[in-house]
Design a protein around this ligand. Structure first.
Ligand code: NDP
Length: 333
């Protein structure tokens, strides 16, 4: 089968290769994949920018959607359409940038009603993580009437989906971006205001004027420190990313004087009930027309170049990788 293979034999290489299906890891469900996607972590792996891959050779790709072609798992039968996110794929186990993948049935989510396979990968881990962030805000009491919500890294995958979801749910969304030329795009997703990245990404005071009722942060570092310092009394900050950096220099002041909550969000090992809840809400609360605006379709052969663009912050929204043998992406079921 065709796969995007990463090797590290006397030097790192990423290339579309023929691999033997017999070399796929053990598992109880085999899936013929229709689409995968490129997330930030996929791009890190494809460009070898950080040590995402732990065993070699590795088939990249943390997300996939496709039809079950073999199953000995009680929940899945041949022909079922399944969605996979995370669980170490593309890191410690062969992933979904391939024509087929072998998985554990306990990791799979059924394609929710109302979503096509193509849209499910338009969402992918980035969009599902955006939903986990929105759920974190809701679960900690943030409501549309609470006040403005800040979304950082707004033109990226997590950011774009978060802006679209929150605005559809009635929140007033303020988007932070390093791409001021994309203001019209962010407003079309529902952002009420757009602020330039530099206003948030430089080191700031540890305690600042209150503004945000909630924050979805995909970038970390000084941006997250400033967001915490500007969060209103009782506000909630959902932190999921490190596009600016993994450091965080802050103080206890927002926590002890304003009762601010900092909630960590992980998608990779999230338990099944949480995943199912997030996917059900995505099918209900994300407008497919908004999602359509975010998607750029690419082929497996274009994935490596696209990964370099993503690392250079030159991608807007989401990249969907077509894995079907036919040249044009066909969007059925
Ligand atoms: P993208 O590359 O699509 O988006 C990241 C965005 O961050 C960019 O588009 C850009 O948006 C902004 N950005 C890039 N560089 C910087 C910088 N130096 N300073 C400030 N902002 C910057 O990635 P994703 O949306 O897929 O992922 C975002 C982050 O979330 C990543 O760090 C990723 O690892 C993390 N993540 C974590 C998950 C989890 O389970 N916790 C799951 C999924 C993602 P703009 O130009 O608009 O400012």
């Amino acid at each position: 089968m065709k796969a995007l293979l990463l090797t590290n034999d006397g030097g790192f290489k990423a290339q579309v290769s023929q691999v033997d299906e017999a070399d796929m890891p053990a598992g109880d469900v085999t899936v013929a994949l229709d689409y995968s996607t490129l997330n930030y972590k996929d791009a890190l792996a494809l460009t070898n920018k950080s040590p995402v891959v732990r065993t070699w050779p590795m088939v990249a790709g943390i997300d996939g959607v496709g039809r079950v072609v073999e199953s000995s798992h009680p929940s899945w039968k041949v022909g079922d359409v399944v969605v996979h996110n995370g669980w170490g794929l593309g890191e410690t186990r062969w992933g979904c940038l391939a024509e087929k993948v072998r998985l554990q049935g306990d990791w799979l989510v059924r394609l929710p009603k109302g979503l096509t396979a193509h849209l499910a990968m338009g969402i992918g881990t980035a969009g599902y993580t955006a939903m986990l962030c929105v759920l974190a805000l809701e679960d900690h009491g943030v409501q549309p009437k609470s006040g403005e919500i800040l979304v950082t890294g707004a033109t990226g995958g997590v950011g774009s989906v978060a802006v679209a979801l929150l605005s559809k749910l009635g929140y007033t969304v303020v988007a932070v971006t390093g791409k001021p030329q994309e203001e019209a795009y962010l407003r079309s997703l529902g952002a009420a205001a757009v602020i330039e990245r530099a206003a948030m990404s430089e080191p700031g005071k540890l305690f600042q004027k209150e503004r945000w009722a909630g924050v979805v942060d995909a970038v970390g570092s000084h941006t997250l420190a400033n967001a915490l310092a500007q969060t209103r009394y009782g506000g909630v900050v959902a932190a999921c990313g490190l596009a600016q950096g993994m450091d965080l220099q802050t103080s206890v002041m927002p926590f002890i004087l304003r009762g601010v909550s900092l909630i960590g969000v992980d998608s990779v090992m999230a338990p099944m009930a949480k995943r199912q809840r997030a996917w059900d809400r995505l099918a209900r609360d994300l407008d497919p027309a908004m999602l359509g605006k975010m998607i750029e379709d690419i082929t497996l052969e274009q994935a490596l170049d696209a990964a370099h663009r993503l690392m250079a912050s030159q991608v807007r929204g989401r990249l969907v990788v077509n894995l079907r043998p036919s040249p044009a992406p066909v969007k059925y079921y």
